[in-house]
Each structure stands twice: as C-alpha cells, then as structure tokens.
Design a protein around this ligand. Structure first.
Ligand SMILES: [Zn+2]
Length: 348
C-alpha cells in the first residue's frame, strides 16, 4: 500500500466513523463504535499497521494525517457520550417528577378483628353495669382451671383428650379450657363487691368444624355481693341481649348444669335469623343458646376466699366467637383464625 492510498483510506475511515458516532443511541452502542474504530483491534490500528510498507520519509506524513483524525474521533465520542448522559438524565428527571397537584394516595387503614370488636362491645355493655375487665393467663394450673372450680377428676373436660396439657409438667399446667379460672383469680385478688369480666382465648383438643375450633374465645362474667340473686342475673342478661341483638329480642332461661354454679342455666335469645318462627339456624326451635350461667357454687366461693354465708354471686360464660357469628351472620367459626384478608376486610 502506497502513501496516497493509505491517506485516502484514513480519510474514508474518518468519514465512516463520524456518522457512526452520531448515530449511537445509547452508551453501549457508543462503546461498540469506539472499539470498532479506535480499539486495539479497531480499524485505525489495522490501517496504520501498513505503515511498515512505506519509506522512512513517508511514515511521519501518515502520523501527521492520522493523529488529528484520532483526536477528532475521540473528541466526537466524548461529546456524544456527554450528550447521551444528559438525555438519560432528562428522561429520569421527567419520569421522577413529582406532580404536587395529584391527589394523595389513600393509606390502607386497619380495623379491629371482628372478635376483638365484639369483645369490646360486650365489655362496653357490661361496663355500663359496673363490670370491670381483667386479664387472666392462657396457661393455667390444673388447680385453677379445674380443682378450685369444683370440677371433679372424672369430669369430661379434664379428659386428656379434651384438654391440652403443657408437656413435661405431669398435667399440672394446662392451656385454659375456659375463662372460668379468671373468676377464681379475681375472687382471690379482690374482696366483694365484685363485678368482673375476663375475656380471652381458650383451647381444647377439639375436632375442628364449622362450629368448633381448638382455639376459641370466651368471656367470663362474675358478680359477687351481699344479696345477689338469679333475678339480678336475669335482669342483667336481658339488658345485655337487648343491647347486643336489639330491643325486640326475647330471652329465656333453661335448666343447665355446670360444676361451678348451682343452680345453673342456659340463656337463650329468640333466633336472630328468623325472629323465633323457626329456621335451620335455630334447628326450628326459634331459640339460640348464647351462654351458660348460674349462681356461684358455695364451694367455689369458699375456694376464692369468700364466705358464702355472707355473699352470693352469679357467673356467666359466653363464647365470643358465637356472639360474633350471630351479630354478623358468619356461618363458619374457622374464618376468624384463617387470616384471609377478603374476610377481614369486610369489617374494615
Ligand atoms: Zn331461626
């Protein structure tokens, strides 16, 4: 290759390379163009490799022609790179622009779980009659959960298959099977007059179905005072039923049995679905049982440190799950603990 054709090809290279630089639309493409023309295996070096075929006096002429072209290309690439960076910045700024005139995004708002809401409503209604809410432990001693409540050793609730005992404690510790140990704790800690509520979780070894859970919620009510009678219990429960389920709700006592109350009753309300006519929900009786209650057994009062000759009291135990299901028409108790947002959002 002679000097003239080498210089011609240098000029041609410049004319090819400059438009290629301008056409590069992103940094990667520009890098590729730079490598193709100015890189170690690029066009310019390949061309200059022919310089060895030239005479000694021609070689500087090639350098004199090639150096400005290299510099011009380097400058063009740097300028193009700066331009691409500024375009990228413009695009990013446009995308990230905050439009202060847009309405704010609504924050998702939590709500009380329906069990917690019902529990508070129960506490609110009983609170109007002077009942104070206490916490009690979910892990109880066998003594408080059973013995002091006059529950004999052969009572079905004490069966290994009904109760969840804490492993390694020789059945001395149990997950409370009801909230009734709460009333014993209140009696042991307070002197009459007592008006207390102890709500919370209870546990039983249950086969789970639409109306039974192995984990469920109860609230225990206790009133102890001089001259407390079944009439006080009946009046209180009527007021509760009317406040919770409506003024037209009818109520009735039926005989019941609990080891820790004597006499014991089941408390029914007229069916919230059919109004008492009879439907599948009330097994066509027109009545729904919502709680068990009775006069506190003298033995239980004594176990609580209270003299049954001076004081009488009533106790009641109510399933918060059941009350919540009746209030909201929820057919399946399992919905409460499944954490399904579609269910929970209905109460938001
Ligand atoms: Zn009914």
């Amino acid at each position: 290759m002679d000097l003239a054709s080498l210089l011609d090809r240098l000029t041609a290279l410049r004319q090819q390379a400059l438009p290629a630089v301008e056409k590069a639309d992103d940094p990667d493409e520009l890098d590729a163009v730079e490598a193709a023309y100015l890189g170690r295996n690029g066009e310019l070096r390949k061309l200059l490799a022919n310089i060895g075929q030239l005479s000694g006096e021609d070689r500087p002429k090639v350098d004199a022609a090639a150096n400005p072209i290299r510099e011009e290309l380097e400058a063009a690439i740097a300028a193009r790179r700066a331009r691409l960076d500024s375009i990228a910045l413009d695009v990013r700024l446009a995308r990230e622009k905050v439009d202060v005139t847009l309405p704010g995004r609504a924050l998702p708002r939590g709500a009380l779980h329906p069990i917690a809401e019902t529990s508070r409503e129960i506490a609110r209604i009983f609170g109007q009659f002077g009942f104070v809410t206490y916490d009690a432990p979910e892990v109880e001693t066998d003594e408080l959960n059973f013995q002091l409540l006059n529950i004999p050793a052969d009572h079905p609730a004490r069966d290994l298959w009904d109760s969840l005992y804490v492993a390694g404690t020789d059945r001395r510790w149990v997950l409370r099977t009801h909230t009734s140990p709460g009333q014993m704790r209140v009696m042991q800690a307070h002197k009459p007059p007592i008006r207390s509520l102890t709500p919370g979780r209870c546990y039983r070894y249950e086969a789970v179905d639409a109306s039974h859970g192995f984990e469920f919620f109860q609230v225990e009510g206790l009133m102890v005072d001089e001259g407390t009678t079944m009439a006080h219990l009946r009046g209180l429960l009527d007021e509760f039923a009317h406040a919770m389920f409506g003024a037209g709700t009818r109520t009735r006592f039926r005989p019941g049995y609990y080891p820790f109350t004597e006499p014991s009753v089941a408390f029914d309300i007229s069916c919230t679905i059919c109004g008492g006519v009879g439907c599948p929900a009330c097994k066509r009786t027109g009545w729904l049982t919502i709680l068990g209650a009775g006069m506190v057994h003298p033995v239980v009062l004594r176990n609580g440190g209270i003299d049954p000759e001076t004081y009488q009291g009533f106790a009641l135990g109510m399933g918060i799950d059941r009350i919540t299901m009746l209030r909201h028409g929820i057919p399946d108790i399992r919905a409460f603990l499944e954490d399904d947002m579609r269910f929970l959002e209905r109460f938001a």
